[in-house]
Design a protein around this ligand. Structure first.
Ligand SMILES: *Cc1c(COP(=O)(O)O)cnc(C)c1O
Length: 228
């Protein structure tokens, strides 16, 4: 399969899985994670219909955004203080914020750039040491801090499930949804409820959809020939 065919095949399966789960396919955004291919190759995915793309390194999102400024670029990687202005300069949505100091710097960079930066709070639901994100019980406090920042808008939550066991992954996604719902129940009326759940990658996105994902981040299933 060509890259364009691979993109279309994943997009078609996404619609199918949504309908099987009684969900409207328009409620789930496909973010094509292009981090493993050369920048010119991204054109094939965009040509095949990709509107949302994801990168996990500041240098890459800057270069990819410069090459394809009309695509919506999602930052899904490690946020480092000194690269925040670059990330805010190109990101439609930052999925991976979990440090209060970074939220404050995003707020300042967004004010400079004359925008309000949409973000997701990354939650380490599984508790794996190797993963980023705040512990679920720290989410209310981080959300409260974020809500005080005028140039940051928290749209929802993001997580990465442990690899290798789809049942454990699905429980992890269910936990993220429950956390979002409990955070919403405690939000003051002036704050818009958290609507987004960014969860699900090449191997586990189907169970993420069943558990309410509104954004899936798919890399290899689109961009790797071996996965086709
Ligand atoms: C690389 C990456 C993805 C995509 O992973 P695949 O398994 O290739 O689909 C999704 N989310 C994050 C945070 C990533 O770093």
């Amino acid at each position: 399969m060509s890259l364009a065919e691979q993109y279309r095949s994943v997009a078609a399966e996404l619609s199918r899985v949504c309908r099987e789960a009684d969900r409207d396919p328009s409620e789930v955004r496909l973010v094509a994670v292009s981090k493993t291919v050369e920048i010119p190759a991204i054109a094939s995915a965009i040509g095949a219909g990709a509107l949302d793309l994801g990168e996990n390194r500041p240098d890459r999102i800057v270069a990819a955004h410069a090459a394809y400024p009309r695509a919506r670029w999602h930052f899904i990687g490690n946020v480092q203080s000194r690269r925040i202005a670059d990330i805010v300069g190109c990101a439609h949505l930052v999925h991976s914020v979990f440090v209060e100091k970074h939220l404050r710097r995003i707020d300042a960079a967004a004010e400079q750039a004359g925008k309000v930066q949409d973000v997701l709070l990354e939650v380490n639901v599984s508790g794996e040491q190797s993963k980023g994100g705040i512990a679920p019980q720290q989410a209310p406090e981080l959300l409260r801090a974020a809500c005080e920042l005028p140039h940051v808008r928290v749209k929802g939550l993001m997580t990465m499930a442990p690899q290798g066991d789809l049942q454990i992954a699905e429980e992890c996604f269910a936990d993220l949804r429950a956390l979002r719902d409990s955070l919403n129940a405690a939000l003051p009326a002036r704050i818009a409820p958290l609507s987004e759940l960014s969860m699900g990658m090449s191997e586990d996105w189907r169970c993420a959809i069943r558990q309410g994902a509104t954004i899936v981040r798919i890399g290899r299933a689109i961009f790797s020939e071996r996965f086709a």
